[in-house]
Design a protein around this ligand. Sequence first.
Ligand code: SAM
Ligand code: DTB
Ligand code: SF4
Length: 347
Amino acid sequence: MLEIKEKVSQKPAQESIINLDELNKSSLKRSACEPQMVNRWSVDDIVALFELPFSDLIYRAQIVHRENFDPNAVQVSTLLSIKTGGCSEDCGYCPQAARYHTDVENEPLMQLDAVLTAAQEAIDNGASRFCMGAAWRGPKQRDLEPVLKMIAEVKAMGLETCATLGMLKEGQAEQLKNAGLDYYNHNLDTAPEFYGDVITTRTYQDRLETLDRVRGADINVCCGGIVGMGESRNQRAGLLAQLANMERPPESVPINLLTQVEGTPLHGTEELDQIEFVRTIAAARITMPHSFVRLSAGRQSMHEGIQALCFIAGANSIFYGEKLLTTENPEAETDKKLFAKLGIKKI
Ligand code: SAM
Ligand code: DTB
Ligand code: SF4
């Protein structure tokens, strides 16, 4: 244990975590807010965490968790898909991509009233944050206008606001900030070297540039990824290294377990062992001590004992409500019972 402790706390190797040449070529001007990488954690250091005996890993995660958070408090966000299906992108996990034959239909942007009704339900169920998701490559200006109105009205109801609308162009993050947006969710999804196996219609660099824009507009960053897509342990560690080495790590880090949907290319992927999922949560907690780590998609397929282990490993945020975007999530009542059993309070 001591030996490993020393290993993981030593100064990490000076490897470049992102492709700096590519970043330099980027048309985006450098700003003070650009997520320059800091070599806090090498991929090898994070793999060493994954390799710890389970009990030692959880112990370390608990120490970090208790140093930084109330260990019995979990933040709850409710998700709403404000624009479902028909997406032009080819993300291999996603049931909303138009090119895959899934049961998801292409629907228009929701009306403001319906969004506000859903926000009121979220309040009634005790959610503190409301996240609006759209199946877009990115918002066109004419799409953004009604979303700005939704954000402003949801904020006025007293909820924290979050949106996930795809890639942002210059100036759009500022408009979102002015409307009252607290968080923007945009995931890196996986390690750079596995990314091209999953998505080809947008690059890793595109994602980093959107994250720059979000940071530059002083919006909190919600950024994580998906595990269980057939990536290696090294690549799970690689995703965490990308996140943990950001100049300012994301305030919120959703760790999704792939929800396999028939018709998507990743349907039929070998299931990730759930203890390995808990290890991923623990490694996220240790490497990003100040971030909320969100136990995101995949809870529907997890026994409550595994979810309890995730909370012990440092997860302190969940999506709350019977639906994620298009797939199922535990009922709010089920989660209330689980929280009561575990003595967890909602924040
Ligand atoms: N279209 C926008 C985008 O891609 O940024 C926003 C919505 S998109 C559905 C948000 C995130 O949900 C994705 O980046 C991915 O990490 C996650 N996601 C989508 N489908 C999933 C699935 N089947 N299982 C787990 N996570 C999924
Ligand atoms: C995130 O990381 N997970 C959420 C949220 N951000 C937008 C989405 C999960 C989607 C799961 C598949 C679906 O319901 O369509
Ligand atoms: Fe479109 Fe987002 Fe789904 Fe990718 S993850 S296909 S961008 S909705």
